[in-house]
Design a protein around this ligand. Structure first.
Ligand code: NI
Length: 393
């Protein structure tokens, strides 16, 4: 039998995974600056005998593990970038760079994918197919996947299935979320400049006040999700920036609103964008000014393919009881969706917080940390998922 005992073999890597993660954590690098991280990743994969390519999508790394038998190509993706946050954990391996921090767990994802590569590299004779390991830069600014796709990461060979994971601090250690269908939202931003006519704060009849218009736009936008979208569809729209004026006695020329909206279906994105434009134009026309609306689409929703998800959940049930697999979804976003919108795939969340320890700070918080026991568990789960495609019984 070729099969590894994934749980035991991953557990044997525990110290190595923790050392890797802490090293990445100590040396965080922001989007498209991941030179040091990429160098360490490339060295590890080269040492394992994989064929390694650097500079894919600027700072990304792609490594191919070729099995000795023919079979499908599985894409395994990990993200490598940190955030512009000043760390406040007090950990001995805390960030050594002021203003930069691994506050989302990508240090852990990188270590986990290296662990998966190590376990599967030891099974090369039995492997039927190949694994394309994709270490992606710039997830936090939603540009890394796009850069790697532009550099051909989804070709030569084209993967048959795409897999990825995220450590997740709202789930306890030992629990995962692995739902079918949409699990993370697509994301778009909007910016609206209301052009009025400035004037004296005490003589409004000679002006067109953009502040009054902006305030009504904020209110009117609340009707898009509540009144226009199918109540069984999920989406959120938040106006997060509102700027106008410099003085108490001056009506400004312009007011500016900006925000984000998240959605599980592209049809919801199209509806929200259309309503944002229509409400802005009509309300501004009614109140005697104009609006310039800019909408920028960032990511597609992350949608787990049903067949892939069922197969992966079954493979993972050797490691975790199905009762520990949940259907959590989040309106957060992930540019893994760009790979998955082309290659059927599955993205799951590995619980990483322990009640009673100081590990339930949210992702992107200056005190974020996770339970490192999630690292070997993540390796075991992801290896089992990959193996279900390329390691026949
Ligand atoms: Ni993240």
């Amino acid at each position: 039998m070729s099969h590894l005992n994934f749980k035991a073999d991953a557990h044997a890597l525990r110290d190595e995974l923790i050392a890797l993660r802490r090293d990445f954590h100590r040396h965080p690098e922001l989007a498209f600056e991941e030179q040091r991280t990429a160098g360490i990743v490339a060295q590890h994969l080269t040492d394992l005998g994989l064929e390694v390519q650097r500079g894919v999508g600027q700072t990304g790394v792609v490594a191919m593990l070729e099995g000795e038998r023919s079979g499908p190509t599985v894409l395994v993706r990990a993200d490598m970038d940190a955030l512009p946050i000043h760390e406040d954990t007090g950990l001995e391996f805390a960030s050594g760079t002021a203003g930069k921090m691994h506050a989302c767990g990508h240090d852990g994802h990188t270590a986990i994918a290296l662990g998966v590569a190590k376990l599967l590299a030891g099974q090369r004779q039995q492997l039927a197919g190949r694994i394309k390991f994709v270490f992606q830069p710039a997830e936090e600014i939603a540009r890394g996947a796009k850069a790697m796709v532009a550099d051909g990461v989804l070709a030569n060979p084209r993967p048959d299935v795409s897999l990825g994971l995220h450590l997740w601090n709202t789930l306890p250690l030992g629990q995962i979320a692995a739902a079918e269908g949409p699990v993370m939202a697509g994301s778009s931003d909007f910016k609206i400049i209301v052009q009025g006519r400035g004037g004296h704060g005490a003589i409004p009849q000679l002006a067109v006040d953009p502040v009054v218009v902006a305030a009504q736009l904020v209110t009117a936008f609340q009707s898009i999700i509540s009144r226009n979208l199918d109540p069984l569809d999920s989406a959120v729209l938040s106006v997060t920036m509102l700027r106008a004026g410099e003085a108490t006695n001056i009506i400004p020329e312009t007011a500016e609103l900006a925000g984000t909206f998240r959605f599980f279906r592209s049809s919801a994105r199209d509806l929200i964008a259309q309503r944002l434009r229509a409400i802005s134009a009509a309300l501004c026309a009614a109140l005697g000014c104009t609006a310039e609306v800019t909408i920028v689409d960032h990511t597609e929703p992350v949608i787990n393919d049903s067949a892939v998800t069922r197969q992966v959940r079954l493979a993972m049930s050797d490691i975790l009881p199905p009762a520990h697999m949940h259907d959590l979804r989040t309106m957060g976003s992930e540019d893994m969706s760009l790979f998955m919108s082309d290659i059927p795939g599955m993205y799951f969340f590995v619980g990483a917080h322990v009640e009673g320890r100081d590990l339930n700070w949210g992702h992107h918080h200056p005190r974020f940390d996770f339970d490192e026991n999630a690292l070997p568990l993540g390796v075991a789960l992801l290896t089992a998922a990959v193996a279900s495609y390329v390691l026949p019984d």
